[in-house]
Design a protein around this ligand. Structure first.
Ligand SMILES: *[C@@H]1O[C@H](CO)[C@@H](O)[C@H](O)[C@H]1NC(C)=O
Length: 486
């Protein structure tokens, strides 16, 4: 042993060294003792499985297992539903309509289609009730009314029913009409059912028989107006099983809206249309992506409602692109087969990019030409943006916002390509929005609001999301040469 041999060598006891040796011995003993206790303890635990009760209190309580991470269920917007039910025009104490109440409910409204489709139909139904001088009966934006609160879409859970007031505000969801307008206020379907146990039902064919151009929105509305003019019965609905009054034949026909537009765009249905506080809040939260940098404009949600045109004025410097991807890869091929024309609300004669379906001798060339407008490639997008930035309406653009359902990979490449090609202060997309849980399921409306206000908007003529944006831009008299298509 090293210390003793040292001692022998010196012939002297070195107290310091000896002391150190002694301490070391205790240390070794302590380590051994610790190892023995631990080993026995483990063996004991392995044998009996658990710490005996007498010792247990000395141990900290075991931690519960971590919770399994599952995504929370979609919101059901109960508060919005309750607020709708408590509108002041609902007289729940009545068992039947009072003398001045007259309703119109379109029971065959669409189900299971995107918000873009549902919205244009809702606007026309609302206008039809307005023209007929009846209260519009509004229900929910309905994905599925089989009674289940949730449905599945693309493998994800979504709410089956969404109260309209989570998405929009204004007379369509029961707000007052502008001062002096005698139209009775819209009511909720639950109230309609409450005061109208019995309803007078009309079928679509009652009206389509008496009109010539079956897709003309004006003829349809005038037809219903005439039909309802001498109906005294307050509780009127369309047959639940006879489908939509305004269906895709109408919304897909480029001539369908032309003769109704002057009156529709001047009606409170559009002049007093608004996006819901929930949607506006999402706009406010993310506004650095849209408004000029360091903008001191007040937040939308802090302003009292005035009119559609006033509230959603053009944002200088912003270009918004609507890039419909995903299911449109297949849908565009399908549309190219007809070939389909642009949607009714994307076919205003004042717009600078009318679509003429390619009908050359070569079918493949026709399809390729069609695809350039419906599902443009990355290069085609970059070229089109470059071309449009040179136009007069595009002067002073600084920020670019991409409204899209494209996947992250494509978006990253596109952003880089756009960034390299032109000078931008910021490029962002729908995927960059910060949204709360309730906003996430109405995010399309946030995009619509941005597109509606952009200095220059570029859309897809077959998408209803685009056509609603175009409609709002036209209604608010935003210069038509700033509303473009791919
Ligand atoms: C609308 O949806 C709410 C849930 O948000 C539901 O309670 C209500 O019954 C629905 N009303 C109609 C008429 O579908």
């Amino acid at each position: 042993m090293l210390p003793s041999s040292l001692r022998e060598k010196d012939g002297l006891a070195r107290p310091g060294l000896y002391l150190r040796f002694k301490t070391r011995r205790y240390l070794v003993l302590a380590v051994i003792a610790f190892a023995v206790v631990t080993l026995f303890g483990r063996a004991f635990l392995a044998w009996f499985g658990t710490v005996p009760r007498v010792f247990r209190d000395a141990y900290p309580p075991p931690l519960p297992p971590p919770p399994a991470i599952t995504s929370p269920l979609p919101p059901l917007y109960e508060n919005y539903h309750h607020t709708e039910l408590s509108l002041p025009q609902h007289h729940w104490d009545q068992r039947r309509p009072s003398k001045d109440e007259k309703f119109l409910f379109v029971a065959g409204h669409s189900r299971g289609c995107g918000w873009g489709n549902a919205m244009q139909e809702l606007l026309l139904n609302a206008y039809m009730a307005y023209k007929a001088g009846r209260s519009l009966v509004f229900a929910n934006y309905t994905w599925n009314d089989n009674g289940s609160p949730y449905s599945e879409y693309n493998g994800k859970k979504i709410p089956s029913l969404i109260p309209y007031s989570t998405i929009i505000q204004g007379p369509i969801v029961g707000a007052p009409f502008p001062y002096g307008d005698p139209t009775p206020l819209a009511v909720h379907r639950d109230y309609f059912d409450h005061v109208c146990p019995k309803k007078l039902t009309f079928i679509r064919e009652d009206i389509s028989e008496i009109i010539d151009f079956k897709n003309s929105a004006k003829e349809i509305i005038d037809g219903w107006h005439d039909k309802l003019a001498d109906v005294d019965e307050p509780c009127v609905q369309t047959a639940p099983n006879s489908g939509q009054i305004f269906n895709f034949d109408v919304f897909g026909d480029p001539r369908a809206m032309i003769d109704i537009w002057p009156e529709l765009s001047a009606s409170p249905i559009l002049t007093h249309f608004g996006w819901s506080p929930l949607v506006e809040l999402a706009f406010d939260t993310n506004r650095d992506m849209f408004l000029p940098s360091l903008s001191i404009a007040p937040y939308l949600t802090s302003l009292p409602y005035t009119t559609n045109a006033d509230r959603y004025a053009v944002i200088p410097g912003l270009m918004a692109l609507h890039l419909r991807r995903g299911d449109f890869a297949g849908h565009c091929e399908h549309l190219a087969g007809y070939p389909a024309e642009y949607n009714a609300f994307s076919s205003f004669p004042d717009l600078p990019d009318p679509f003429v379906p390619p009908r050359g001798p070569d079918a493949d060339e026709n399809r390729a030409a069609f695809r350039a407008h419906c599902y443009p490639t990355l290069e085609q997008i970059v070229t089109r943006v470059r071309e449009l930035r040179r136009t007069h309406a595009a002067r002073g653009l600084r920020k670019l916002y991409i409204m899209t359902n494209a996947d992250e990979g494509f978006l990253r490449e596109l952003r880089e390509a756009l960034w390299r090609d032109q000078d931008w202060q910021m490029i962002s997309s729908s995927r960059d929005l910060v949204l709360n849980w309730e906003q996430r399921h109405v995010a399309q409306a946030v995009d619509m609001l941005v597109g509606q206000r952009a200095q220059v908007f570029v859309g897809n003529g077959w998408s209803t999301l685009t056509s609603n944006v175009v409609m709002m831009r036209m209604a608010n008299r935003i210069r038509p040469d700033s509303t473009r298509f791919w």
